[in-house]
Each structure stands twice: as C-alpha cells, then as structure tokens.
Design a protein around this ligand. Structure first.
Ligand SMILES: NC(=O)c1ccc[n+]([C@@H]2O[C@H](COP(=O)([O-])OP(=O)(O)OC[C@H]3O[C@@H](n4cnc5c(N)ncnc54)[C@H](O)[C@@H]3O)[C@@H](O)[C@H]2O)c1
Length: 405
C-alpha cells in the first residue's frame, strides 16, 4: 500500500481524495492531512468522506503519518517550501500547478530536485490529459498541418468562473502572483507540450478592469455572507458551507481595493523553435471557453470550446456538471471546407482529464510521460515573464530568469 499524505485540504485535494477512495483503494490510502485551518480540514473530511489524522505543522505531519507520496495542493505561494522539504526528506511529491509563483522559488525547487534526482516528483498539469488535448497532440504529431509556425490562444472565463478567483486568496499577488501563474500556467504548459519546445521571449500588456476598486460597481464590503449590500449587490455569491467550514470562506468582496492582480492580459510569446504565439485571457467574459488556432506549413487546426451556464451548483467545484460546445477542425491548404473531428467530453472532473491523470499517477509503475518538475518550472517561467513584462513594459528573456541571482 502506498501511503498518501495531503498538504492543503483544498477543493482540489478533494478531487484526488475522491478518486483514491473510489478507484485506488487496493493500492493507495490517505494517511494524513496538513492544514492550519481546522474547520476547513473538517469540511474537507466531511465533504469527501476522508478519515485521516490532521496535522498543523510539517514535522509532525511527516513523523505522524510517514507518507511515501505527498500531494501539495495548498495556496500557490506555499508549494515551493513544501516541495523542497519533501525532496530533501526523500518523500515523493505530486505538486499542484502552478509549481511555484516566481523564478526564485523555481530556482530553489530545481536545486532540490538536482540534489535528489531519484525522488519521484511531478507537476499536476492535468490539462495535458483532457481528451481533446490528446486528439490535438495526435494530429500535430502525425503532421496533419506540417510544421507549426504560428498560433493564437484566447482563454475566456465567464463571470462565474472568473469571479471564483477574485473571491479568494488567488486575487492577492503575494499568494498567487496573478492569474498569469495561477490559471495560465495550464495553457503555457500545454503549448510547451504540444509544440515540444519552451518559451524564449515574452512581451505583454495587462490590467484590472472588471473587478477590484476601479471596476464600475456600486457596492463594497468584506465577505458576502456578512455584507449589508447582499440583497442588491450584483457580485453577491453564496458558497458550499460544508466544504468551507473554517475561518476561510470563498466569498471575499470582488470589488475589494486589496485586489492587486490583472483580470485581462495579452502576450506575444516567441518559442525556442521559432513559433510565434499570441495568448490572451479575459476573466469576465460572456461564456467560458477557448479558441486555439495552430497555423502550420500545410494547414490550420482550430479548436473552439464554449461553456454556457446560467446557474452553477456550488457543489460543482470541478466542472463535472457542465457540457461545453466544442469543435475541432482541420483546414488543409488547397482544399475548401474543414475536416471535423468529434470531440469526446466526459462529464467527470475537468472533462475526463483528471481520471486520465490519476490513472498514470497512481499506476503501479507511473509512466515517464507524467509532467515533470522541469515542465512545471517552464510553465511558471512563462507566467512570470508575462507578469514582469506587464510590470516593466519590457520584453522578457524567459529562460534568463533562471540565471538571475
Ligand atoms: N489542476 C487543477 O485543475 C487545479 C484546479 C484547482 C486548483 N488547483 C490548484 O490546487 C491548489 C489548491 O487550490 P484550491 O482552490 O483547491 O484551494 P482552496 O482555497 O480550496 O484551499 C487551500 C487550502 O490551503 C490551506 N492552507 C493555507 N495555508 C497553508 C499552509 N501554509 N500550509 C498548508 N495548507 C495551507 C487552506 O487552509 C485551505 O484549506 C492550488 O495550488 C491551485 O492552483 C489545481
């Protein structure tokens, strides 16, 4: 039996806990939890039906439950500290994305990984595992459009999805360094993976327009559940009270002056293999979705996904109840019209991506194709370059960030 520890009794850790309890009971068991928030951990255990001891500090956790493998699924800024300690204690690590939030943390993780190369350590970049990613990867690898030369990637988060980041710790730069890391690291990893390369240079612009102090709003409070404006405010939201039973509630005011990250940005990325990309994210869109276009030597591959929802069930923390409208089209030069590829979507956690990731992560012999710490670092470096370019107005040498002292 592999002994699994969990750092951060988060919504995300819940997806792992539920999968472990349903699909991997013969080989894996949760032996301990680490979270400073007693109530949050209690809510996690009740919601996910987990029965394991809770610890409040790292040393007691490690000694008390002696894990073989630890899931680091806490607030992003804390990932690096735990990863380094686990590697140096020779304990396997699955880190949630983003692996860390700045280049300095990336350098410390890389150094710890080099000191302990034999320790199993991966980054949970589950988007690689979605059914459509696998279809796109297969088509690109088969040469369906020849060599990719140019791409565009537009990500939109509807107000339900977008506000979810502005109601919580994510919206403070000190915790996440912004959606450029917290959200877009998924997409930056995906591009590196699909193009088999890494980002070289980034130029970006970004701003906060729909949330925070400068947004066109009428109300300001602290937390929705105790706010005097709750009946009139367009930003009011309730939350799952079983899951969030601690001091931390996911209903912080989306108009707060303390919000200091961007909700809109766009970047030009030049990859090491010469591909030029434009990337953008809008966190207050009409619908959630993606529009990704690959222009190749012999054709164009285009993926479009749109998710419309009017009401969201607060239990649907990983989009298991929404079905996007998706299309994947291949346009070949010299031919009119498109070849249409049916997109398989599963109404399970993250459209089937999580089940496929967990299958590999918890296999008796986890395959070497799992996203590595280096992959996680590359996604972080691209995100940091976007943040830095927005801040300074300069073009950023992505790999150069690893060399800074
Ligand atoms: N791969 C994915 O699809 C995916 C999806 C969602 C979230 N995530 C990642 O999972 C992680 C958790 O995100 P979430 O939104 O589920 O979190 P959450 O807000 O539900 O929970 C965060 C938890 O961390 C705990 N915590 C705070 N400080 C801590 C510390 N110093 N040590 C240990 N625990 C501490 C909090 O008490 C809380 O229980 C993040 O890194 C996020 O980026 C990944």
């Amino acid at each position: 039996m592999k002994r699994i520890g969990i750092i951060g009794t988060s919504m995300r850790a819940g997806a792992f806990a539920r999968a472990l309890a349903s699909d991997f009971t013969a080989t894996h068991g949760i032996v301990g939890l680490l979270d400073p928030d007693e109530g949050k951990a209690r809510g996690f255990c009740a919601f996910n039906k987990v029965d394991a001891p809770l610890f409040h500090d790292f040393e007691s956790f490690l000694e008390g439950c002696r894990p073989d493998l630890v899931l680091v699924a806490t607030v992003d800024v804390f990932h690096a500290g735990y990863i380094v300690k686990l590697l140096d204690r020779k304990v396997g690590v699955i880190s949630e994305k983003p692996l860390c939030i700045n280049a300095e943390q990336a350098r410390t993780i890389l150094a710890a990984h080099r000191r302990n190369p034999e320790v199993f350590a991966v980054t949970s970049h589950n988007v690689r595992y979605s059914p459509v990613t696998r279809q796109i990867k297969r088509l690109l690898d088969e040469g369906a459009i020849g060599k990719v030369m140019r791409l565009s990637y537009a990500e939109s988060l509807d107000r339900m999805h977008g506000t979810s980041y502005f109601r919580r710790w994510n919206s403070r730069r000190k915790n996440s360094n912004g959606l450029e890391l917290h959200k877009s690291c998924h997409h930056f990893d995906l591009l590196n993976y699909l193009l088999k390369t890494q980002a070289a240079y980034v130029s970006a612009e970004g701003m906060l327009v729909a949330y925070g102090q400068k947004a066109p709003h009428k109300f300001e409070g602290t937390r929705c559940h105790e706010c005097p404006h709750k009946d009139e405010c367009p930003g009011y939201s309730d939350y799952n009270h079983t899951l969030f039973a601690g001091s931390y509630t996911p209903d912080m005011c989306i108009w707060s002056p303390e919000i200091d990250i961007e909700d809109n940005y766009s970047a030009s990325i030049v990859f090491r293999n010469g591909v030029l990309a434009t990337y953008s994210l809008c966190a207050h869109a009409n619908y959630s979705g993606e529009h990704i276009v690959f222009e190749g030597e012999t054709g164009r591959l285009e993926f479009r996904s749109r998710t419309f929802r009017e009401n969201m069930d607060p239990r649907d923390v990983h989009d298991t109840m929404v079905t996007p409208v998706e299309s994947l089209r291949l346009y070949r030069f010299g031919k009119t019209g498109a070849e249409e590829f049916p997109v398989r979507h599963e109404n399970t956690s993250h459209g089937g991506a999580d089940a496929a990731l967990f299958h590999d992560l918890f296999a008796p012999e986890p395959p070497p194709t799992l996203p590595t710490l280096e992959d996680g670092i590359q996604a972080v470096l691209t995100g940091c370059a976007v943040v830095e370019s927005i801040r300074t107005g300069r073009r950023i040498d992505v790999q150069g960030q690893l060399k800074e002292v």
